[in-house]
Write a protein that binds this ligand. Sequence first.
Ligand code: GLA
Length: 729
Amino acid sequence: MGITYFKNSKTFKLDTKKTTYMIAIVDKEQFIGHVYYGKRIEDEEMSYLLRIYEPPYVPTENNRDRCSFYDTFPTEYSTHGIGDYRDSALKLRSEDGHTAGRLQYVSHDIRKGKEGLKGLPATFGDESSCMTLCITCEDVFTGVQVVLSYSVFEDEDVITRDVKIINNTDKTIMIEKAYSCCQDFDGVDYDLITLHGSWARERHVQRSPLSLGKQGINSVRGESSHQEHPFMALCAREATEDFGDVYGFSFVYSGNFNAQAEGTQFNCTRLLMGINPEEFNWLLESGEQFQTPEVVMTYSSEGIGQMTRNFHNIYRRHLIRSKYRDQKRPILINNWEATYFDFNKDKLVSIAKQASELGIEMLVMDDGWFGNRFDDNRALGDWFVNEDKIEGGLKSLVDEVNALGMKFGIWFEPEMISPESKLYEEHPDWAIQIEGKPMTLSRNQYVLDIGREEVREYIYNRVKDILTSANIEYVKWDMNRQLTNLGSRVLDSKQMGELSHRYVLGVYEMMERLVTDFPDLLLENCSGGGARFDAGMLYYSPQIWCSDNTDAIERLEIQRGTAMVYPLSTMGAHVSDCPNHATGRVTPFKTRGHVALAGTFGYELDVTKISKEDRDMIPEQVAMYHQYARLIQSGDYYRIANVADTKYYDCYEIVAADKSEALVTYVNVMNLANSHSRRIRLKGLQEDALYAWEGTDLVMTGAAYMNAGILIQQMWGDYQSTLIHLVRQ
Ligand code: GLA
């Protein structure tokens, strides 16, 4: 049973295979206390952990120190203004301007399965895969109802959380803060793991000791961003990849977020995650509801690696909806790094011809095919094919590519508008701006007010027209700048703070229409590389472009950080030309192939121009992809060594779910003179099974590979790599 309610102790017990989460309703005032989250336990009554009989006593028995009680009580959802001075999860402003709140339990409901979140991406599950607990509370100050929802996915060791605020009063309420998750921990002896970056340096892993006071990450950029990432983990100080307590939190949302850990005066920790209250408020009229996005949390007692695998499992099984989720993705060739804006139909067809002979399966036409778009200074919004470039029109190009046996894909940046565009001439007010005030350009473009229905309607129909004009089987949906100058013509002063969230809801609505109207379309998200690589986007697209940095060596860290939370099958990764366009580094073509294999695999170069030697390697790489794609898409991922720590080499492994085979990627990043072969211990194999190392005579037990390990012979030169394939006998 995933969720049990024990009437006598008023305790909710949420069990997954290996974890338990407990909530108890205590005191006459029906406080909703957080009792326990950790390794699975079978006991029912644990509410002594809430310490309500320790001084300062529970309020109804000792009202004198009510404030101290509020300030220490481990709660499921903290409110503002009555004495809990740790950061609050909920702040509602009443019509008369007050912001105090206190939640009191009213009722609960336990059911099988899980309902969707209106207008928002979220994990899904049927009656056999999950159960949901909804606790309805009342804010005793405003009378507003707050529903705390928890869905339990037993097999994945995951619990999801979201909150609904229902204004069933006859007054208007201003929501100033509504996090999706508030998690109180006993203790501060944790490390914090977060993902940081910049353009071309996305999601580098950072681990630092948690300290007293507040520390956190956030975005106010209107998207999840290159810089910070909506993921946070707390782990035991001594936790490693394979041992120790780890709590992971991932936010299923693509806009402004805040994730914060706060070490408190009594050495406890409060973790909050949700929509960033900065740049947010929401006017809730009488009768209206507000739904927060969802937080996915998992606990692992087996180290950071198991946390990662839990996230991979939940996202693969219960978030990605595309039919491509379990299908081998077509090997694509994208013309961006091959041609940038300098292309026409002939050039694309010549690339496609050569690519099809080499076994590449889809041509993607990137930026520059529409309007007057001969560089990145103009024409966003003018989604009409430029027939000077694409002679004979889009259909004739697509037909020609199809005739070569290849699929065809296309690039859009639907949310944007260039000041030099027909669209801007006609609708200058469609750009987000503060009326009459200076506007901030970025890449010479503005952002459309996607929260406005008529804007969405127009843009969506342009995209739809193009997609129905030819046999287009893939879309790359890009978003190349962040939001500024937040102002909308359709929002009044009280609602202006809704712009950023309305923007994200508008994007979700457009994507939902797209995947509904074109169920067979393969959608890849993108944002100046990987600035919107988040769980929200995975609900619509099974893959996301990971970074504009295609350098095989820098990709090791970018892909390691991305794979901390997201399955390898979601990471857009391409072999590109050298010297690399982001770093100038020259790496072997073979290594570029091995590194891109850990993602969706494709090419981003002009096959007609690269050296014969490199080109001749493509059919081999194509065969390699076909051999391993399924394993990489569905297997369990293990980090073995990363170059940020080792300085010299990087190594990771993918093991089939049934443990029948494993693929190890080893990259010798920097060669070390006068060194021995390197010993690597593998992970995740079946201890008592025999595995053959393909291409060698070695046959050993899983136990030997994992405990004794293997030797990787020294390689000549930097940036060399090898794949090791083990097959169970
Ligand atoms: C972004 C993307 C690139 C490419 C360009 C086109 O930077 O990440 O892959 O599509 O836009 O302008």
